[in-house]
Design a protein around this ligand. Sequence first.
Ligand code: ATR
Length: 279
Amino acid sequence: MLGIFGHPIAHSLSPKMHQAALQATGLASEYVYLPFDVVSQDLSLAVGALRALHARGVNVTIPHKEAVIPLLDQLDCQAGAIGAVNVIVNDRGWLTGYNTDGIGFIRALKEEGGVDPGGKKILVFGAGGAARAVCAALATSGSAEILVVNRTIDRAESVAEMVKSLGTQAAALPFSSGKLREEVEKADIIVNTTSVGLYPAGESLLTAYQGCLKRRHLVCDIIYHPRETLMLSQAKTYGCSTLSGMGMLLFQGVEAFKLWTGVEAPVEVMRKALEENLC
Ligand code: ATR
């Protein structure tokens, strides 16, 4: 058995994506992928049930990505640096936590955006769990420098410290900084990891800085609903390349599938399942 623990969970696209992958790889007789609506006070029981039921593993999503850590036996090093887990693998009762969100973002960047983050200057909006995953993966993929911009500066500083601990140059800035315009101009890749722009609100953190965008910029949003956020449509107006959050959603799932089954995930089947079920 496979599945996803979260609350709320009804709108998760992961069951559709992974069931399609299990069917396509002939593994549907061995595994089923189910959504589990787990409230915070039941998380410990739910993790215990993985052991009791010999489930192979689960995805973990909001609000449990951090709270689940003390309930596991071991963390992979990326998950440890990030401080959040989105995949649990159960090896005969021994539970290991992984984080495939960041590697999912890097694969989307390379395979959908056609860009290698190696040597690039990256400006990241946000300093939550998603930002930590994206920044850790960028740092370990050879990015030259990461600037973390966040409303709450303490959180941005904490992410910048994590990036430096992984051996990559980093700095933190608040949105109010007068240097932000210049930093947008200097960046190669701009990534929104905040919830600003999420359906139905049509907002963008780039609105005040869109005039600094050049054709050479790649602008990424980890939001996939809507498929094209206001930030991405602003970037397109200035001739930039853009990348939506759909690729990160797809490739975090592709990486998780391999961890559980040992089988290469059918990427195009999973992409089709997402596209069919995204509004
Ligand atoms: P996740 O784990 O999905 O990253 P999170 O930890 O709640 O979620 O982080 C949300 C991010 O979106 C944070 O960077 C948050 O900024 P703060 O750290 O200052 O709270 C950012 N965010 C959310 N709403 C925002 C808004 N209206 N303007 C700017 N940033 C916002």
